[in-house]
Design a protein around this ligand. Sequence first.
Ligand code: APR
Ligand code: ZN
Length: 369
Amino acid sequence: MKAAVFREIDKPLVLENLDLDSPKEYEVRVRVAAAGVCRSDLHFMHGVAKIKTPAVLGHEGSAVVEEIGSRVTRVKPGDHVILSFAPHCGQCQSCLSGHANLCDLHMSTAGTLFDGSVRLHAQGEDIYHMGKVACFAEQAIVPETGCIPIDKDFSLEEAALIGCSVTTGVGSAVFNAQIQPGATVAVIGAGGVGLNVIQGARMLSASKIIAVDVNDAALEFSSKFGATDSVNARHSDPVRKIKDITGGKGVDYAFEVFGSTETSTLAYKSTAKGGTTVIVGLAPVGAEAGIDVTELVRLEKKVQGSYYGSAIPAVDMYKILDYTKSGKIDVGGLITNRYSLEQINEAYEELAKGPVGRGIITMIDGNNS
Ligand code: APR
Ligand code: ZN
């Protein structure tokens, strides 16, 4: 089966024919339907996030189940699924204490399946799996707990986006920050994930939602998802602008959704007395951001990280599906570019340039059924 293989930092992905093993007892073989073009994959391609290589990237996906391992009970062949890049073991302390997105076994077996081995090979050479998803490929072997079954009439393209950007963004607003009605919000980075923080804030009745970006087209697009104000961080001092818009106070919730030291500090500085800074973006490994610790104490600010929207994927993705079906959030409207798997390098060149909305790689025709 065809897959895009990440072999070398800062080099294009290589389209190769790979061998895929049969699923082991708790695993599932799926045909990938759609895969989102997310910045997290680009972080690996640039070497600022680390994965064992060679690897198949892609962690925002949907699929159709083709074959199940001998002990699989959650799905059957033909089922449509969202692929979760945080499958849970169900037995570790994180899973048992309500933080399945942080599953200990999943994190300690990064790059492989739960048993520490791979199912992907190139003429005998082992190939690693990003997030136990590896959906920049026609097929994948995933753990059964990484499969979230959905109705067959739900769009598989929209399902793919729920696999990462929608759950990460909406979840950071709903499950992590738990934005209160009437609160003021700033979202720094109005890309694929940031737009979902914006629409999560709108769903929770935030009074002001300030989009901050360096791209005017992204700012304009964000108004469709609920941004009430916009700030171009290149053209003005964003902290001053956010304070101007909020009567000098700063915002109750500031979300960092790009992934850098600079934008993390900006989010913190924009946060009001008693407010909360939520860091969603993944900065380069080891990055540290400076904050005024005296102010942190005197103004009782809070700083918190949010991974995968702090969602329990197998539970909370159904809430996200409900928000989508009832029109509280718009997932289809996020998609601005469609590509084939062969066009994957083009898709990432576009992402690096700073696109608007989300690009998606579509692999199964007739995605809506
Ligand atoms: N200040 C504000 N916005 C910025 C800045 C900056 N200095 N630099 C870039 N941006 C904007 C881009 O213009 C773009 O609109 O941030 C947005 C990022 O969006 P995408 O490229 O679509 O990235 P996305 O997939 O949303 O991921 C954002 O979340 O999951 C993590 O790893 C992911 O760190 C990444 C972050
Ligand atoms: Zn992602």
